[in-house]
Design a protein around this ligand. Structure first.
Ligand code: SAM
Length: 256
């Protein structure tokens, strides 16, 4: 049996049930219309739109990924470059380091200005993630195992394959291996290949301010920030030395 790489990505990489409460908590109000740029399968948008009165606009260049989950009456899918979509929104989320698709500062600032113009409400917020710290430019891999139906196991590998601290460019790979009782059933090597600019926190904050956002905050993305009832506990970082691990993932918010 062959496995779809988008299914495996959703199983191993994404956790919208944790991210949706975090994005709501960071926004701090009652945002209704979500923009999800670089959305992939739009798993985040689909969960967002489950709440009464909420809707989402998901944007991706990859039609296969975008159509993977089928339709949802309150999720609009735009098969487009993120810069060509102008639907008004209350909050915009860019996840899984996709802000790194913007390779130059000029592209980053132009994109952020565009996002700023879509955030219609005075409470509008843009949120993206990035990683950093002592292993930011280290080559190597992280492995995790995820149980699958039918007693199978998906072994997931996130590999930093290339990293150049002089340019900020990194190449990250995702591999999957499906096993049953220790026997390999299928391997998807290089299932996803990303060539990204790894933006630092201050580079992103500077670009956000330059693009017209009034304020920015940084939040540590901690595994225990959301409880079993879906309540999120997250506050902006005040003392980075105390609150950030040596290697970290953060969420950065830019407010209109
Ligand atoms: C790392 S995936 C992120 C998926 C999703 N955001 C998540 O959290 O898992 C990045 C996605 O960005 C899309 N993409 C890259 N450049 C784009 C662009 N300029 N406009 C729209 N989508 C783009 C790719 O097709 C890919 O599906």
């Amino acid at each position: 049996m062959t496995h779809d790489k988008h299914d495996l990505y959703e199983l191993c990489v994404q956790s919208p049930k944790d991210l949706v409460p975090l994005v709501r908590a960071i926004h701090g109000g009652d945002p209704r219309v979500l923009g999800e740029d670089f959305s992939g399968t739009a798993a985040f948008s689909h969960l967002w739109a489950e709440r009464d009165g909420c809707s989402a606009i998901a944007v991706d260049l990859d039609e296969d990924a975008l159509s993977f989950r089928g339709t949802h009456e309150r999720v609009t899918k735009r098969h487009s470059d993120v810069s060509d979509v102008s639907d008004p929104i209350d909050v915009l989320f860019v996840g899984n380091f996709s802000i790194g698709y913007l390779h130059t500062r000029e592209e980053l600032v132009a994109y952020l200005r565009h996002v700023r113009s879509r955030l219609v409400a005075s409470a509008g917020v843009f949120i993206c993630d990035t990683y950093g710290g002592e292993t930011a430019y280290t080559l190597g891999a992280v492995h995790r195992a995820h149980p699958m139906p039918g007693g199978k196991l998906c072994r997931y590998t996130w590999e930093q394959h290339e990293a150049d601290p002089t340019t900020g460019m990194v190449t990250n790979l995702i591999h999957f291996r499906i096993e049953r009782a220790g026997v390999i059933e299928e391997e998807l090597f290089d299932a996803f290949v990303y060539e990204w600019r790894l933006w630092s926190i201050p580079e992103l904050r500077d670009a956000m301010h330059e693009s017209g956002f009034a304020s920015t905050q940084v939040y540590a993305k901690l595994a225990d920030a959301v409880d079993d009832e879906g309540n999120a506990y997250i506050t902006p970082i005040v003392d980075a030395c105390e609150e950030l691990e040596d290697s970290f993932i953060v969420l950065i918010a830019a407010r209109v």
